[in-house]
Design a protein around this ligand. Structure first.
Ligand SMILES: C[S@@+](CC[C@H](N)C(=O)[O-])C[C@H]1O[C@@H](n2cnc3c(N)ncnc32)[C@H](O)[C@@H]1O
Length: 216
């Protein structure tokens, strides 16, 4: 199906991510996603089985999931980010299967019916949703959080270009193409408080969604 979206990252973008991580991007952001923590407290996150972290960056969420006892596959296109994530994992004595690859290219080869949990946080590729749902085992959970395009006057954190933000309703629209049964466990679009890297509090505009694949 032609989604109108790129089916691989271009070299310039890949090099930009490597350069950002080399320069220390996200080095201060050790804490896992607040959304993931909330879902874990609400007992939505599975306690065991395999998990996939799509576009894992420096691995803050992969490491959190590994610390909960999940067996985590984590992939990112930046070799620099993966190397830093792997170093942190060694320091924390956690095991994660780190993989440097372009998920846009890999999406057609993702295993099906495999993961108890798939997360894709702060990486804009809503066209992947059907594949990510198929990668879940029946009853498995998909967690998404993307920066949201925002017209309000408030100052918000995150990317300045809308290229790296989803439009309102984008995540739900992509679910219309899904061929497996699912329930939406949680859905939110709007502003959230977010700790900035310097410790101050800012706000982020996000689209969040948590989906459970049907058991049958
Ligand atoms: C804003 S960071 C988010 C990292 C992580 N999910 C988190 O929440 O901390 C976006 C990540 O997407 C990765 N990325 C961009 N394009 C990608 C692609 N085609 N395949 C895999 N990763 C990609 C970048 O290298 C970067 O680490």
């Amino acid at each position: 199906m032609d989604t109108g979206q790129p089916d691989s990252i271009d070299l310039a973008d890949r090099q930009r991510w490597d350069a950002r991580y080399r320069a220390g991007a996200y080095a201060q952001r050790h804490w896992p996603s607040a959304y993931l923590q909330q879902l874990q407290q609400d007992d939505v996150i599975p306690h065991s089985g395999r998990a996939l972290d799509v576009a894992c960056g420096r691995g803050r969420n992969s490491l959190f999931l590994a610390s909960l006892g999940l067996s985590v596959d984590a992939l990112d296109v930046s070799a620099v980010a993966i190397a830093k994530a792997a170093n942190t994992a060694i320091g924390q004595q956690l095991r994660v299967n780190w993989q440097c690859s372009d998920v846009l290219e890999l999406s057609h080869r993702l295993p099906q019916n495999t993961y108890a949990l798939v997360i894709m946080l702060r990486f804009v590729a809503p066209q992947l949703l059907p594949k990510l749902l198929q990668a879940l085992t029946p009853g498995g959970v998909l967690v998404l959080e993307e920066h949201l395009q925002w017209d309000g006057a408030e100052r918000i954190s995150g990317p300045s270009s809308n290229r790296f933000r989803v439009a309102a309703g984008d995540l739900s629209r992509q679910l219309q193409a899904v061929q497996v049964g699912f329930d939406v466990v949680d859905q939110f679009e709007g502003l959230i408080p977010e700790p900035a890297d310097d410790g101050t509090s800012v706000r982020a505009a996000v689209a969040r969604m948590c989906i459970r694949r049907s058991s049958t």
